[in-house]
Design a protein around this ligand. Structure first.
Ligand code: HEM
Length: 402
């Protein structure tokens, strides 16, 4: 970025990644009120914090390209559908999406295996009477579900979870910490080899019940997907499809357990669980931003964003925008103000949203059905952490042993 092209005095000058990871909401609220399009030197990035401006970014990919340079995502995963714009990105996205919808592999996994996977995990800790629901349940269920849908379950959820952690620490490495880059490199290489082996096994054995098998068999207008396209995009799925359902389960369970009136309403009317999950996604936005690059000088709210700047459309801020939502900081089960942006809204809208929603809703509901006495450990307050990926660090609970 050319020196001197950014404003020097603004809210962003004193903001660090650590501040945003610890407690982003007061900073974002101030930006929405005083400087909704704000350059943050520590991130070398503009933050766009209002709902309407996030929608503007989503609707104008020719100005806000996903094909960024540098690209944290391409560095950590290899080029993938989220590092390209349409029509280039459509080839892989259109070929891969059906596997993650209700009629595809994900639908089959959700109807035949999800509850059993949840039950096996609960059976493993039910006798303990207390524990951290994030570590013993939300993480394993989330990693195990995606691994099973992809056909990588033979590696075990722990390994898949480690890959995800390694990749994500590099993707969110806005300050270019070399240790995090090294972690990411290791995860990228070992996961890449595992996907490669799986492709070989499927090609040799003709196995047809996993998303990876679907990707191998998929036909596009320019022929089948090539190996690198499959490997890089499966890396994208592992980096983007585990933290979020994990955080989603923790956020939903934590929200419901902290509010007896809400719990009573859900017990009386289980169909409200869907609304509960959506409101939790709006209020907490497990994925913080969409990151794009300005293709030309562009003016938003009177600020000129120079061509080449990285621009983060802040989903969590848009989902709390006072001009879009009434009492945005309040959980409201009966909110009827339309859809949120937690899964994004533009051409890169989440590919795994159907599966993600199932894992969060079914996972939360099953845990609370099985452990009817589940309660938060009142002496250990829930703390949320992270900016790009935000959720509870732990969810210490207790319950009656069977
Ligand atoms: C349940 C919680 C989830 C949330 C809140 C979430 C959120 C998001 C968001 C906000 C984006 C857009 C990113 C951007 O435009 O920069 C996205 C994209 C994506 N998500 Fe998710 N996600 C979730 C679950 C999943 C799952 C389970 C998968 C597994 C396959 C997945 C795979 C993807 C992929 C591949 C993309 C890129 C799509 C594209 O570039 O066209 N996500 N997700």
């Amino acid at each position: 970025m050319a020196e001197g092209r950014h404003p020097t005095l603004g809210i962003g000058d004193s903001v660090t990644l650590g501040d945003l990871e610890a407690d982003p909401d007061p900073i974002l609220a101030r930006m929405r009120a005083e400087e909704p399009v704000c350059f943050v030197p520590a991130l070398d990035m503009w933050l766009v914090t209002k709902w309407d401006d996030l929608m503007h970014m989503e609707e104008r990919p020719e100005i806000f390209t996903a094909n960024t340079e540098p690209s944290f995502l391409a560095r950590a995963l290899g080029p993938n559908m989220l590092t390209k714009d349409r029509p280039e990105a459509s080839r892989t996205r259109d070929a891969m999406l059906p596997a993650f919808q209700a009629g595809g592999v994900a639908g089959r996994f959700a109807s035949e295996h999800l509850v059993q996977m949840a039950d096996r995990l609960i059976d493993g800790f039910v006798e303990d009477g207390e524990g951290d629901v994030m570590a013993s349940y939300a993480g394993p269920l989330s990693a195990g579900s995606l691994a099973a849908a992809l056909g990588l379950d033979s590696h075990g959820w722990e390994q898949v979870w480690q890959w995800c952690k390694g990749l994500c620490s590099d993707i969110a490495n806005f300050e270019n910490d070399p240790e995090l880059t090294a972690l990411g490199d290791r995860a990228r290489e070992t996961l890449g080899r595992a996907i490669d082996r799986r492709i070989d096994e499927i090609t040799e054995g003709g196995e047809g019940l996993s998303a990876i098998a679907h990707f191998i068999a998929a036909e596009t207008e320019d022929g089948p997907l090539d190996r690198a396209e499959i490997v890089n995009n499966v890396r994208l799925m592992i980096s983007g499809g585990i933290n979020e359902p994990r955080d989603g389960i923790g956020l939903v369970v934590g929200t419901v357990l902290a509010d007896q009136q809400l719990l009573d309403e859900l017990v009386a009317e289980p169909l409200l669980w869907r609304k509960c999950v959506e409101e939790v996604f709006r209020l907490h936005s497990p994925v913080g931003t969409i990151t794009r690059q300005a293709t030309c000088d562009t003016t938003l709210r009177g600020k000129t964003i120079p061509a080449g700047s990285l621009v983060a459309g802040v989903i969590r801020s848009a989902n709390l925008d006072e001009e879009r939502w009434s009492n945005p900081g309040q959980f409201d089960l009966h909110r009827s103000e339309g859809g949120h942006a937690a899964f994004a809204t533009g051409e890169h809208r989440c590919l795994g949203e159907w599966l993600g929603r199932q894992v969060v809703r079914v996972g939360s509901l099953r845990l609370m059905d099985r452990l009817a006495s589940l309660q938060l450990q009142s002496d250990r307050p829930i703390t949320l952490q992270g900016f790009e990926f935000r959720g509870p660090a732990e969810l210490p609970c207790r319950w009656d042993r069977p």
